[in-house]
Design a binder for this molecule. Structure first.
Ligand code: SAM
Length: 314
């Protein structure tokens, strides 16, 4: 599948829930969140029907996300169902890692290939302030369990925020050396005004004051990150810069499916195509997928958005 701007679309991000067990300050307000009724959330059977239609059109890689995907009951069953769909080459998961330690091995057995863990601070008290409920130790253990389970590579996603965690950039970067972590620094998108923006250039400056960064030709995923290494580090440093990378959209290869069954051509554009009415027919799902691809904008529009990340699926 190729969109009107010549980009090949082969990657689908599937949100399985709009619920999350954390309330990260930059992602969700503490109160006043409008959650969708559970009955309105797509069943695993419906998700698989949509993925199957996508695969018939050329989707080869699927990422499970949310909300927090590990709070949805029976997720291994979905993974087993997805891995039974011939033609999917990669199934990955994005999680906050708090529940990972008790299920990493089961997820791997069910067909998950790899995992991205969101982690914005290495200091327990600060981690709790940013997430409002989280325990850093749970996430650290989850990361170790995921590695032990062979969910390789485990990537760490860190959103850098002015005055909140920007003093930890080097601490994260040095873990690519000490622990072989793969760390990706993500530019904050202004869904809320709870935290200040830090551009990629500033993050690089923090790192380059300590050590040089060498571009790395490795392909570590399906996304827009550009990868570097510190000298002799086993792990990598990636940058995901939706706001300052002028080429960010030119390699966009994805569609997003929300937990409510809406297909989004672009994370930051509010256009959605509702699949709920066409779930009875693979051919109609395919038509909707092709329509979403034909509507992908060349570049993401400016913010803010009507929905927040957990409603869309981050
Ligand atoms: N709960 C899972 C997690 O924490 O990874 C999946 C959903 S979460 C919305 C997915 C990713 O979106 C996380 O890495 C989170 O840091 C990122 N995210 C949320 N709000 C963001 C924002 N305003 N700007 C940049 N990234 C954001």
């Amino acid at each position: 599948m190729v969109d009107p701007f010549g980009r090949r679309i082969d990657y689908l991000r599937v949100s399985v829930t709009d619920r999350c067990n954390l309330r990260c300050i930059y992602c969700l307000p503490l109160e006043g969140i409008h959650l969708m009724p559970r009955d309105d959330i797509l069943s695993y059977e419906h998700i698989c029907a949509i993925v199957q239609a996508g695969v018939e059109l050329g989707i080869t890689r699927v990422r499970i996300t949310g909300g927090e995907p590990l709070v949805r009951k029976g997720l291994p069953r979905l993974l087993e169902m997805l891995s039974g769909i011939g033609g999917i080459e990669d199934i990955s998961l994005t999680t906050n890692g708090t529940l990972l330690k008790n299920c990493a091995r089961e997820l791997k057995r069910a067909g998950l290939n790899r995992v991205n863990v969101s982690l914005d601070s290495l200091k327990a008290d600060r981690f709790r302030r940013i997430t409002r409920f989280g325990e850093l130790e749970d996430v650290r253990q989850g990361i170790e369990e995921a590695k032990g389970a062979g969910l390789h590579p485990v990537k760490i996603n860190t959103v850098v925020m002015k005055g909140i965690n920007d003093d930890e950039v080097w601490d994260f970067a040095s873990l690519t050396h000490k622990e072989g972590w793969h760390v990706r620094f993500i530019e904050l998108m202004p869904f809320t005004d709870a935290a200040g923006f830090v551009a990629e250039s500033e993050v690089r400056q923090h790192i380059e004051q300590m050590s040089s960064l060498k571009p790395c030709a490795c392909v570590l995923g399906n996304g827009p990150a550009r990868y570097y290494r510190l000298s002799e580090a086993k792990g990598t440093i990636g940058f995901v810069s939706p706001l300052t990378d002028p080429h960010f959209c030119s390699t966009c290869n994805r569609l997003r499916l929300t937990a409510m069954g809406k297909l989004r051509p672009c994370l930051m554009a509010d256009d959605e195509i509702d699949l709920k009415g066409v779930l009875h027919s693979t051919e109609e799902i395919k038509r909707s997928i092709l329509k979403a691809i034909s509507q992908k904008p060349e570049r993401h529009p400016s913010l803010p958005l009507k929905r927040n990340m957990v409603q869309i699926g981050g």
